[in-house]
Design a protein around this ligand. Structure first.
Ligand code: CU
Length: 133
């Protein structure tokens, strides 16, 4: 995995140059910032009675859906990669858990990594708890 925020320019993909310029002219605030989570479902710190059927992350800036990643990290290091929808709202990354994976109760993290249209990669964790049934 590449280091987060290591070198913004190095992450600038050729095809994104014009798009970034466009974003810069239209959305100066969004383009000036790395993509960070504004809201999420599950929310940070949520306690869920059952595994989520879908996860949704809303960011402060436009993201590249195809080059963004979602992973569930669970108790004892369990990892469940999710398949983000390849398109959708420009600032929203979501994935359906269908069929619903068997997730052990306990502490989980929704690990996200996104590529913003300004060419910067950011990542983070959203912790939530899965209740014992
Ligand atoms: Cu940035």
């Amino acid at each position: 995995m590449p280091a987060p925020l290591a070198c913004p320019r190095r992450r600038l993909l050729p095809g994104l140059g014009a798009l970034s310029l466009l974003a810069l002219s239209l959305l100066p605030r969004a383009a000036a910032a790395h993509a960070v989570v504004v809201t999420s479902d599950p929310a940070a710190g949520a306690s869920l009675p059952a595994p989520p059927r879908q996860v949704t992350l809303r960011f402060n800036s436009r993201i590249d859906h195809v080059r963004s990643r979602l992973l569930l990290v669970g108790p004892e290091g369990a990892q469940v990669p999710l398949e983000p929808a390849p398109e959708g709202e420009p600032t929203v990354l979501e994935a359906r858990l269908d069929p619903a994976p068997a997730l052990a109760p306990g502490a989980w993290r929704l690990r996200w990594q996104v590529l913003a249209v300004d060419g910067h990669i950011t990542r983070g964790d959203i912790p939530f708890t899965l209740q014992a049934r």
